[in-house]
Design a binder for this molecule. Structure first.
Ligand code: ZN
Length: 1268
């Protein structure tokens, strides 16, 4: 970042000279515009400006002068670059990128940054550049790239002044990507930082609370929200949103008990929210839902009306209004409300479904089918299978009816096509006019009172398109590309008429609300709504108890579905209407399947709808807020981004003018077509299109581009057209390649430098004694900075397809001598063998595996803790989403705990049960079951499920030598290289326990138990012995393909290091990734070599034992250090403290492998230098370094905030130092909470002289490696 400041000055100076020359040159030419040039003062002012100012220059207020200056600078730079035909210093482009970023001209910023990237090989040293680039990507919702850029900044400069802003944005992006662990970590890192950032800490806390809610951790969420409410001077907008979330959560979740109790909590929260922000349409909507749920129909109507009044038209609100009407036996009104909903949001599955149910209840099965088809096409449809069954059922019914019976029947409701295009019927509007006259509340500004009731209706009629005209319109649209001018004109006219017509209709229906509200309040309603004396079926279904009372029209109790107060009619018709188990709409889904997120958020997420951006604010975090509230993983579509309620986005805008920013994927797509595949847009946009063909009608495209255009309200709109037709243009104009794709050679963490280059400690110290200006950063004086680590690209050339199933390296042992034969060790650790199966090991060594049998384990320690993973029993080598619709990578499991005794019981009963089932199958359907098993093997794409749940007893800790004496002793019979503890095992030199790594873990399995894909901690080797009696199946991918798997994880919105994933073998095959696959029988030992990716499932009932081993090889050390750095980049803790370990190695081990030696020595040197530099700087700044020393078995230290290893100089809070609890921080985290470290003491654990001595005495051994 410093370098950038310098580069700016040089650039500005250079420019100044250039400008003078230009001015001189131009002066001779008459009549030309005065050339631009920057004054010295201007250049100085610009010298301080780069990406770090983003969000802190108020261009719209007092920053007008800055803006002018930046604009001028941009013009100067551009003309200079133009004049030089692009042949300028790369810094010019970087600076131009910064200026454009500060001016919020993102497309120009991006293209300038990309020029810089392509010209500057060590671009990664420039933190301000990476930060600016990250901000631009963030703006375009290209999160994948934004995350990479931001992580690079923190890696190259952990003390970066905008670290807080970065953590905040990383938190938001990971939240959207459903990587909740990472999200929480970054939010917390942002929260502890006392530097300024674009959100207040209350807002960050809100995000943390909402993160819990998104993860369905309701009690934690409630606690966090309530705690936030205690905050003094909480901004009204935050308060309103917190209360809104609390209210909605109480309405939806089983936090407090029965329905009435729920609402008694929810309603006051929402009312308080409205006190804090009376203009929140969302809160009004939620309030309406609560009232509706307890049968307070009038209140519900009032609230819904307020909602429509306060906010943008929302499909959800209309859908709920429809439900309310339908419950009141007003099918026509319900129809219109639903139509409004689906017109606003073509993919609103719930509204389509409810509409279908409405038609069904009115005995119009043909229309119902059309609606159900539309619902099923929506990607937000959660239960396509039941829906498909219903459609089939109705179609079958139709076939059985005589043709005449359908034709002759008078329809209760207009057909869906008519409903879609026809305006509000005259009866309704005129009645409404009357109602308005009688009841209109003067304060209502919505439809202007009675004056509107007749007049606009006339207008509607004049605008109304006849069916013929509509048909004509559709035809014209279909042939849009081949129209003559006259036809084009016609089309334009028809389309504008159509749009007007729809607008009018929405207004009309909105007015209808008045009517119903009025009718509710006004008692007897002479004029029944049209068709309200509907079919018997309708009444049977929904209105059994509805009577026209002289009093209020209240919702009869039996029309409220018993299961769920909010149930949409679809479910409720279904239960009363005969057909069982039919569709649930969003509101009637069983609560356990519910999304946490406000219902609305699931409906506004269609990228085709309202891809709006919040207007020209310098800080674009708020955009994300909307996206951030993505719905939790709905099983099959974790990466489907769901937009959120406007309220949330308003939270950050501070004014409720925000359109909801959605369509993340779209933008990403358009900027980086290669990054994501466009999601399916073919949700039918109009009933007609849905009915006639599955492809979207021209109209749908039209609709979308209209939407996207209306969203272009920011000054930089040119760029936003990414969504619609402008796609091609924006692509070509911005010329985006993928700057951060690592096409450059993979960085080397450890350069293979020769030993002779290693300076002696004296040289190091000399260099360190002269610290830089502020000397406090990690920047290198002697050694160059390391570029951020990158995963390896796929090995080239790709393997031919017939090499993708290589045979597994296996060794068969006959006797003990075989096991101790030295080449066995070499074979296992040979980097060419990613895995080795040592067959028959237990037999050869006469190991008593019975010591690890379930029976013995129970006898030994029956109360011992077992971690349980509840998983779905999946077909052999596949991983399906919970509904069995498609294969996915994600394989999450719930975690709980039990005891060995209890798990043993489960394991045994699972076995018994399976025996019983087998017997039954055998006796009853022998043939059938045979067929079934073969057919399921072959059906790669067939629908699966429902899946049985199984429990996997995992990570059982056998470290306690007293409890597991016999067992652990038995393992000392193994050959040294595979033992838990041995002199040649790096993990034995750590000096302390790393649970599960240098101690034994036990796994207790039933068939199907799965260990998801992973590399071992810090890429160490692992040893795994199957105890039996059943087998395990292994899948193994060589280390150099981990980058490919990492890519797959990213594509599937999974965190390679932290999430649970099960690779799809077809994906791997297509990507030319070789997969070793084998069966591990009882007594077989599986050796996983350093860095090998693997995943395992139990074939039968069995136990396994496993631990890690670190052979003393260059390959192991290199991969361990590389993963250590990668973990740092990814903010993941490294279980093996490599710095601490390296010093122990230098002290304890003689290394004879020159390559290994060089690497260790290099690392020591780097650390020595860092320690010295930091120490000098602290002392120079007057900070006392207190000698603390170390106890013998003292574990390595990690920062309690960011979890990086902290070596030698520990930053301990004063308080914890006094209490001797020693809460350790790294320097960067310490400075974030206390800039000049006044709250910290610095404890020193090693004397520099001692470290120097170790460093100098560590020399290359001549003989074979041996240990001290
Ligand atoms: Zn830290």
């Amino acid at each position: 970042m410093k370098s950038c400041g310098v580069s700016l000055t040089t650039a500005a100076v250079a420019f100044g000279d250039e400008a003078k020359k230009m001015a001189a040159g131009k002066a001779s030419r008459e009549g030309e515009e005065e050339p631009l040039s920057l004054t010295v003062e201007e250049r100085e002012a610009l010298g301080d400006m780069d990406s770090r100012l983003f969000g802190f220059v108020r261009l719209h207020e007092d920053g007008a002068r800055t803006k002018t200056l930046l604009g001028k600078a941009v013009r100067c730079y551009e003309s200079l670059i133009l004049k030089a035909e692009g042949k300028v210093e790369s810094d010019f482009f970087c600076q131009l990128g910064h200026f454009n970023l500060l001016l919020e001209d993102y497309s120009k910023a991006l293209s300038a940054y990309q020029r810089y990237y392509s010209l500057q090989a060590d671009y990664w040293k420039n933190a301000a550049f990476l930060y600016g680039l990250g901000l631009v990507y963030f703006y375009y919702n290209a999160f994948h790239w934004a995350i990479k850029a931001f992580q690079d900044v923190l890696y190259v400069d952990p003390s970066f002044c905008r670290a807080k802003e970065i953590h905040l944005r990383l938190g938001l992006m990971f939240k959207v990507n459903t990587d909740y662990k990472s999200s929480l970590k970054h939010f917390q890192l942002a929260l502890i930082d006392c530097n300024p950032c674009t959100l207040s800490s209350a807002e960050i806390q809100f995000h943390i609370a909402h993160l819990y809610e998104t993860q369905r951790k309701y009690h934690s969420a409630k606690e966090a929200y309530e705690q936030l409410l205690q905050t003094e001077n909480l901004p009204a907008q935050v308060k309103a949103t917190v209360l809104q979330q609390l209210g909605w959560m109480h309405h939806n979740m089983d936090l407090v008990g029965d329905k009435a109790t729920k609402e008694s909590y929810a309603i006051p929260y929402l009312q308080k929210s409205l006190e804090a922000d009376p203009n929140s349409g969302q809160s009004w909507y939620f309030l309406g839902r609560c009232y509706s749920s307890i049968g307070k129909v009038q209140d519900a109507f009032v609230s819904y009306r307020q909602s429509i009044d306060k906010s943008e038209a929302s499909a959800d609100t209309w859908c709920s209004i429809g439900v309310l009407y339908q419950q009141q036996n007003q099918p026509m009104d319900a129809l219109q409300a639903y139509i409004c909903a689906v017109q606003l949001d073509h993919g609103h599955a719930a509204a389509w479904m409810d509409l279908g149910t409405l038609y069904e209840s009115c005995n119009q099965p043909q229309d119902a089918i059309k609606c159900y088809l539309n619902a099923a096409r929506s990607k937000r449809c959660s239960n396509t299978s039941t829906l498909a069954a219903r459609i089939k059922f109705l179609q079958a019914q139709l076939c059985n009816l005589p043709q005449s019976s359908l034709q002759n029947k008078t329809k209760l409701l207009p057909s869906i096509e008519e409903a879609w295009s026809l305006p509000i019927p005259a009866e309704l509007t005129s009645r409404q006019g009357a109602m308005n006259t009688a009841q209109q509340n003067g304060s209502d500004n919505w439809n202007g009172g009675q004056s509107l009731s007749h007049h606009p209706v006339q207008q509607v009629y004049s605008l109304c398109l006849t069916p013929q005209k509509l048909q004509h319109l559709e035809q014209l649209r279909a042939n849009r590309d081949n129209l003559n001018p006259a036809q084009k004109h016609q089309l334009e006219q028809l389309e504008s008429q159509f749009v007007l017509m729809q607008q009018m209709r929405h207004k009309e229906v909105a007015q209808g609300l008045h009517k119903s509200q009025s009718s509710c309040l006004s008692g007897p309603n002479e004029e029944q709504p049209l068709f309200s004396t509907g079919s018997a079926q309708y009444h049977q279904a929904t209105s059994t108890g509805i009577k026209k009372s002289n009093e209020h029209l209240t919702l009869p109790s039996n029309s409220v579905p018993q299961g769920d107060a909010d149930s949409h009619l679809s479910s409720h018709t279904a239960t009363s209407g005969g057909q069982q188990g039919i569709m649930f709409t969003k509101e009637s889904k069983p609560s356990k399947n519910r999304s946490l997120v406000p219902e609305t958020s699931r409906h506004t997420g269609d990228p085709s709808n309202g891809c709006a951006d919040v207007k020209g604010l310098s800080n674009h975090v708020h955009q994300l807020i909307a996206d951030a509230v993505s719905s939790p993983n709905h099983g099959d579509s974790p990466n489907l981004l769901i937009a959120d309620n406007p309220q949330l986005s308003a939270l950050l805008i501070g004014k409720a003018n925000g359109n909801v920013g959605t369509g993340t994927c779209d933008k990403v797509n358009n900027i980086h077509p290669a990054v994501h595949t466009k999601t399916d847009h073919s949700v039918a946009s109009s009933p007609s299109s849905a009915i006639s063909t599955a492809t979207p009608s021209p109209k749908s495209t039209e609709q979308r581009s209209i939407n996207s255009v209306t969203s272009l309200n920011s000054p930089h709109s040119g760029l936003h057209t990414v969504n619609g037709e402008g796609l091609g243009n924006s692509q070509s104009s911005t010329k985006v390649d993928l700057p951060l794709v690592s096409h450059r050679s993979t960085s080397q963490i450890i350069p293979s430098m020769s030993v002779s280059i290693c300076p002696s400690s004296t040289e190091v110290l000399k260099a360190c004694r002269n610290p830089g200006k502020n000397g406090l950063s990690n920047s290198c004086i002697l050694l160059d900075k390391c570029p951020p680590p990158r995963p390896p690209t796929s090995p080239y050339p790709p393997l031919p397809k017939d090499k993708l199933n290589p045979p597994t390296p296996s060794i068969y042992l006959e006797n003990k001598r075989d096991a101790f034969f030295p080449p066995l060790h070499q074979f296992c650790t040979n980097p060419k063998n990613p895995v080795t199966v040592i067959r028959g090991l237990a037999g050869a060594l006469k190991l008593d595996l019975g010591l690890f049998s379930t029976k013995t384990l129970v006898e030994a320690n029956n109360e011992h803790i077992v971690e349980v993973r509840t998983q779905l029993l999946q077909p052999a080598d596949e991983n399906w989403d919970p509904t069995g619709t498609k294969k996915i990578w994600r394989c999450e499991s719930n975690r709980s705990h039990t005891t060995i005794a209890k798990y043993a019981q489960y394991q045994a009963s699972s076995f018994q049960e399976s025996l019983r089932e087998e017997n039954e199958k055998r006796t009853q359907h022998k043939d059938h079951s045979d067929n079934e098993s073969t057919s399921s093997e072959n059906s790669g794409r067939r629908r699966k499920g429902p899946f049985k749940t199984i429990k996997f007893g995992t990570n059982i800790d056998l470290s306690d030598n007293k409890k597991w004496k016999l067992q652990l002793h038995e393992l000392t019979k193994l050959p040294a290289f595979a033992r838990v503890v041995s002199a040649g095992n790096l993990l034995s030199h750590v000096g302390h326990t790393i649970l599960g790594m240098n101690t034994v873990q036990l796994y207790m399995k039933v068939p199907g138990s799965r260990t998801p894909g992973h590399q071992e901690n810090n890429n160490f080797c692992s040893v795994n012995i199957n105890i039996g009696p059943g087998d395990c199946e292994w899948f193994v991918v060589p280390e150099d393909y981990w980058g490919v798997l990492n890519d797959f994880c990213e594509k599937n919105n999974l965190n390679f290091l932290m999430s649970s994933w099960w690779p799809n073998l077809e994906d791997l095959y297509e990507a030319n990734v070789p997969v070793y696959r084998f069966i591990q029988r009882p007594g077989d030992l599986v050796w996983i070599n350093a860095g090998t990716v693997h995943w395992v499932q139990a074939v039968g009932w069995c136990n396994n034992i496993a631990w890690n081993v670190g052979p003393l090889t260059a390959c192991q050390y290199k991969l361990a250090v590389e993963r250590y750095e990668w973990n740092k980049l990814k903010s993941v803790k490294s279980p093996v403290p490599m710095v601490h370990l390296s010093w122990n190695m230098a002290r304890n081990i003689k290394v004879s492998d020159p390559k290994l030696f060089e690497m260790i020595k290099y690392c020591l040197l780097k650390i020595l230098k860092q320690c010295q530099t930091l120490r000098e700087a602290l002392v120079a700044a007057g900070k006392e370094v207190i000698w603390h020393g170390r106890t013998n078995d003292e574990p390595a230290h990690y920062c309690s905030i960011c979890e990086v290893e902290v070596f030698n100089l520990l930053f301990v809070t004063n308080e914890s130092n006094t209490q001797k609890t020693y809460i350790v921080h790294c320097q960067d985290c310490a400075r974030k909470t206390s800039r000049s470290l006044e709250n910290f003491v610095v404890l020193e654990q090693y004397k520099i002289e001692d470290l120097i001595q170790v460093y100098d005495q560590f020399t290359l051994a001549l003989s074979l490696s041996s240990s001290s």
